[in-house]
Design a protein around this ligand. Structure first.
Ligand SMILES: C[S@@+](CC[C@H](N)C(=O)[O-])C[C@H]1O[C@@H](n2cnc3c(N)ncnc32)[C@H](O)[C@@H]1O
Length: 283
């Protein structure tokens, strides 16, 4: 059957193909299916800001200038940054009841703990980990060397995460009121994470699909709700690099719709309370 004719001004096929390829090259995100509506919705504000009458005109300008300054902004506009404090809650329960007590014993001599929130978006996941430590393991938070690293592809989210400032609507999502009162201070209509907690965290840019820089070993890695955007080859390459930076007795958490199964056999899934983590199989 012939394709339905496009509405006048609708995103053209070459423009759509260009955006898909750009996003894949720079982020490994695969925009499957048509997605014209998504590209239009996400790029319309950028086209307007550039003073152009349509997304087609904007994309044509990008196509004609290989070093266009807006290319990275386009990729960032196409990422999904949805996140909340204590998202999916069960992994955090598993940390509180089983994993952190185990690590407290296992790391008693080094008194150091290293955690990575990979694809940290606006920082809620990394701060949830800091909040959990401060609230349930105050001795570790106060006297151990704790490092919580958050990384993301998007400059805008890394900047926001570093600031640690959240709107009322954002703190309403997943954050217990007792924690809000204890660990945040009001700044006008916003809430800012207190300095002691911010001091446990560090945020920086990192594209998971690029070769990774030298990194220390992590005891816990949260790599959640980002693999869903990647193809199998990208996931396999990422798991390969995870194996280099996850401590031999370390814990990897993936999102609810993500798994290492049929992608990398070196990991096993270990149920833990209502959650599950992955660890590298010792051979
Ligand atoms: C849906 S958010 C997940 C945030 C958090 N991990 C959670 O589960 O709530 C996905 C994040 O992945 C980031 N992202 C997408 N592709 C990436 C890549 N190639 N490298 C690093 N981060 C990427 C996006 O910028 C976005 O902030």
């Amino acid at each position: 059957m012939a394709d339905a004719p496009k509405a006048p001004g609708a995103l053209g096929d070459p423009q759509l193909a260009f955006v898909k390829e750009l996003v894949f090259k720079r982020s490994a995100i695969t925009l499957e299916g048509d997605k014209a509506y998504l590209v239009e919705a996400r790029l319309t504000p950028l086209a307007r800001a550039a003073g152009l009458p349509s997304v087609n005109a904007f994309v044509d300008q990008l196509r004609s200038q290989p070093a266009h300054p807006m290319l990275q902004k386009v990729v960032e506009a196409m990422t999904t940054n949805e996140t909340t404090f204590f998202r999916d809650v069960h992994p955090f329960d598993a940390l509180r009841t089983e994993i952190l007590p185990t690590l407290r014993t296992a790391r008693a001599s080094s008194r150091a703990l290293s955690i990575w929130s990979a694809a940290s978006s606006t920082g809620q996941e990394a701060y949830s980990l800091a909040l959990l430590l401060a609230d349930s393991f105050p001795d570790i938070a106060a006297t151990w060397r704790v490092r919580i690293l958050g990384t993301d592809l998007s400059t805008a989210t890394v900047a926001r995460a570093t600031e640690g400032r959240y709107e009322q609507l954002e703190v309403n999502r997943g954050l217990p009121a007792t924690m809000l009162v204890k660990y945040f201070e009001r700044e006008g209509t916003q809430w800012r994470v207190k300095p002691a907690l911010r001091a446990m965290t560090e945020f920086r840019m990192q594209n998971l699909a690029d070769p990774w820089p030298a990194m220390p070993q992590f005891d816990i890695i949260f790599l959640r709700n980002v693999l869903i955007y990647f193809n199998v080859e990208t996931k396999r390459a990422i798991f390969g690099q995870i194996k280099r930076v996850l401590a031999p007795d370390g814990y990897l958490f993936l999102g609810g719709a993500e798994t290492t199964l049929r992608v990398d056999d070196d990991f096993e899934r270990v149920p833990c309370g209502k959650s599950a983590f992955y660890r590298v199989i010792k051979r």
